[in-house]
Ligand binder design. Structure first.
Ligand SMILES: [Zn+2]
Length: 314
């Protein structure tokens, strides 16, 4: 079966149409280090002191052993930054945010019944999937767009954005993970992103990317559940991979603690409409729900303890 979504890129068949036309068919044809069991607990006061209202947590008490993250949820630029000097086109483009990603992540939060942490400032203000030392954390240029408000920032200006946006976001993610630990779970971290169908003039045929760094456990299982698919072109570590520096949150918040993790990239023309967002969320959510039971030991604090004891006895 040929890729229906590649046709949609040419404007002939929409993602919605491709689903509608195939509604009688199935919607799907189808280890790393163990880490410590206890995380450093972030004091609530730290969050409150650093908070600026741009980090939002949805479904905080969702009981699934999953923490959803959406770093590029919004194109909002705080007024004091004067729009970063961006053109109207740049300020609303994919360079400023991941269109559709928050909508899909929110639907997944409901479907999985899991908490979702979303950063609600533009990634051109601070890209929360980048460490403070990365030039791309506050880029002077993103793809074809110049970002005048990021040119020649002083150390103080950079640190101010780190303090206002990056640290509160990281703290909120950590606090959500800590809460999972307190309830006996070692959660899977799933980050949700979208990407542009045309980048630097080149058409990207991939429609959904399943990305990972050196811990491939959850990505492997998810790819097994999703592929082959007659609905969309799903690929491993596309259109980006760890070599592009996109796995910062996975490494910093999950892999460093031995937590299962995966990053999902969805081509943004496939999630422009509400109906399509729901269909993609359903496709991904069903696959995640199918995969989670395979990791019941890894996602439970007691199960992980039992694994560690068994290894020690070997
Ligand atoms: Zn993104």
């Amino acid at each position: 079966m040929k890729r229906l979504f590649q046709i949609s890129l040419l404007g002939n068949v929409s993602f919605k149409d491709s689903f509608t036309n195939k509604k009688t068919e199935s919607t799907r044809k189808t280890r790393c280090n163990s880490g410590g069991l206890l995380l450093p607990v972030v004091k609530t006061g730290q969050i409150e002191a650093a908070g600026n209202g741009t980090v939002e947590t949805i479904n905080t008490g969702g009981p699934a052993p999953v923490v959803l993250v959406c770093e590029h949820a919004s194109k909002f630029i705080p007024a004091y930054l004067n729009g970063l000097g961006l053109s109207e086109e740049a300020a609303s483009s994919h360079a400023a945010w991941d269109p559709g990603a928050l909508a899909v992540a929110t639907l997944l939060s409901t479907k999985l019944n899991a908490p979702l942490i979303a950063q609600r400032i533009s990634r051109l203000v601070y890209d929360c999937n980048r460490p403070p030392e990365a030039p791309s954390a506050m880029p002077e240029k993103s793809e074809i767009y110049e970002v005048p408000g990021n040119v020649s920032l002083s150390d103080e200006q950079r640190q101010d954005r780190v303090n206002k946006f990056y640290r509160p976001f990281q703290s909120e993610v950590m606090q959500t993970i800590n809460a999972k630990y307190a309830s006996g779970q070692r959660p899977v971290m799933i980050t949700i992103h979208s990407f542009t169908p045309v980048y630097n003039g080149k058409i990207r045929p991939v429609e959904v990317g399943v990305l990972h760094d050196s811990d491939t456990r959850f990505a492997d299982a998810l790819l097994d559940a999703l592929c082959p698919s007659d609905l969309c072109d799903i690929q491993r570590n596309q259109p980006y991979g760890p070599e592009d520096g996109v796995t910062h949150t996975l490494i910093n918040q999950a892999q460093s603690r031995g937590l299962l993790n995966v990053m999902i990239e969805i081509r943004n023309d496939l999630i422009a409409e509400r109906a399509d967002q729901m269909k993609i969320a359903d496709l991904l959510g069903e696959a995640i729900l199918q995969v989670l039971p395979q990791f019941s030991a890894e996602t439970s604090v007691s199960g992980q303890g039992a694994i560690a004891k068994a290894r020690a006895a070997d």
